[in-house]
Design a protein around this ligand. Structure first.
Ligand code: ARG
Length: 413
């Protein structure tokens, strides 16, 4: 009997070729697994495609709610933006796919796991590192990285083996999407000086084509998670979709960036993520109102770490668990309402309120009801500045006793 391999199946050319190739060249029985994280496509058609390509079995798992509730909510609580801009759309879904691969491998007594990533991307790292953490005893295969076929050769292989995949020239772009946004790569976008063409956008309008005037969104959060939009309670996925729809219709949410991949390459990446960016803006603003100063400062530092580890494939790490525990503590207080204003491609926070607010009018006001202790400020400022004053005095006497020093010239000479 042949050994079994669980292949993360997308239904595209590479993974379809991989189904047959793993059987033909490695003598492995392939269990094709399509995990639906909201990437679109007719899953039943794709399942059948895997079977018709020679899979022993093909499974579809609808993981959209799990993705929303276990991954996206955490990323939002962490305000996670890789290199301060990318909300980790694809990076978040890979660990979830791996979790299901490991489960299915266990059920089918498979010895191998496989993915269809090439050697230049981040996803190979995310798959292999996540699978190593979840199933350290199974071996991971990366057929498309090793077989050395060009796209044309892969198409030739598909034709030769009668694989059920359409050979019409497809879009020049490589697209990955889910509820948190859409990533677009390749084609003319590979020239970082070329403006992204209109045809690539689906979730955002051109800002100059946005409706005239402004729209407001009031987002209510409870313990760090959005629970209502304009006073209407919505579940998380529905709320993200609706915020995305409105923000996108105002031309907000496009990202065009040079990104540092894990494998050391700089690449040009284009995204549209109006819902993610609007919600992160609102959520982080509410934290400014409700989190104590030192907690807020520390959280902002840790958010970077969080985004980096998710991007770099370290989701199933003790560090991520520890950071989630920290964030769970901070989020207890992040309850309230944030008002967003959308206008021709821009989004601004224009209001925030909370029962847990740390904003005290009597401390902040400049009018008669001012309760701030002005006398205490005098002593405080003196002591706060004392180290610098001491340093400045010492330098002055130093410079006086050693001519030539105390200037830049002196320091260098
Ligand atoms: N650069 C992004 C990431 O590594 C997006 C990758 C998207 N994949 C794609 N086939 N377009 O997370």
């Amino acid at each position: 009997m042949s050994e079994r391999v669980v292949l993360a199946y997308s239904g595209g050319l590479d993974t379809t070729v991989a189904v047959r190739w793993l059987k033909q060249t490695q003598d492995l029985d392939v269990i094709a697994l399509l995990v639906d994280v909201g990437q679109g496509g007719d899953t039943e058609v794709l399942r059948k495609r895997a079977m018709d390509s020679g899979a022993l079995d093909a499974q579809v798992i609808d993981a959209r709610e799990e993705f929303a509730n276990e991954y996206v909510t955490r990323a939002l609580a962490a305000n996670a933006l890789y290199q301060d801009r990318y909300p980790l759309v694809s990076a978040l879904s890979r660990p979830l796919i791996c979790k299901h691969m490991a489960d299915v491998a266990h059920r089918y007594h498979a010895r191998y796991l496989a993915h269809g990533c090439t050697g230049k991307g981040n996803d190979q790292v995310r798959f292999e590192v996540s699978l190593a953490a979840l199933s350290p005893d199974l071996e991971v295969l990366a057929p498309c990285r090793g077989w050395g076929m060009t796209r044309e050769e892969a198409m030739g292989y598909a034709t030769q083996h009668n694989l059920p995949i359409s050979m019409t020239p497809e879009s020049p772009y490589s697209i990955d999407e889910n509820m948190w946004g859409r990533a677009i790569e390749c084609g003319v976008l590979e020239d970082p000086f070329v403006e992204p063409p209109d045809e690539i956008w689906e979730r955002t309008v051109e800002p100059s084509q946005a409706p005239t005037g402004a729209a407001y969104l009031e987002i209510e959060f409870e313990r760090g998670l959005p629970v209502a939009l304009d006073g209407v309670a919505l579940d998380f996925s529905a709320l993200v979709a609706e915020v995305e729809r409105v923000a996108g219709s105002y031309g907000y949410g496009r990202i065009d960036m040079i990104e540092d991949r894990v494998v050391g390459i700089k690449s040009r990446e284009v995204y549209e993520a109006p819902g993610a960016l609007a919600l992160i803006a609102a959520h982080s603003e509410l934290e400014h109102l409700t989190l104590e100063k030192a907690v807020l400062r520390t959280k902002r530092e840790l958010e970077r770490t969080y985004a980096n580890l998710a991007y770099e494939g370290l989701w199933f790490s003790p560090l991520r668990e520890a950071l989630d525990a920290f964030i769970q503590t901070t989020e207890q207080y992040v309850t309230g309402v944030v008002r967003l204003k959308l206008e021709a491609g821009s989004l601004r926070v224009v209001g925030r309120k909370s029962a847990a607010s740390l904003y005290e009018m009597s401390l902040a006001t400049y009018d008669r009801d001012d309760a701030f202790d002005h006398k205490a400020a005098e002593g405080f400022v003196k002591l706060w500045g004392l180290p610098l004053k001491t340093w400045a005095r010492a330098r002055r006497s130093d410079a006086a006793s050693r001519p030539g020093e105390g200037s830049w010239e002196g320091v260098e000479g």
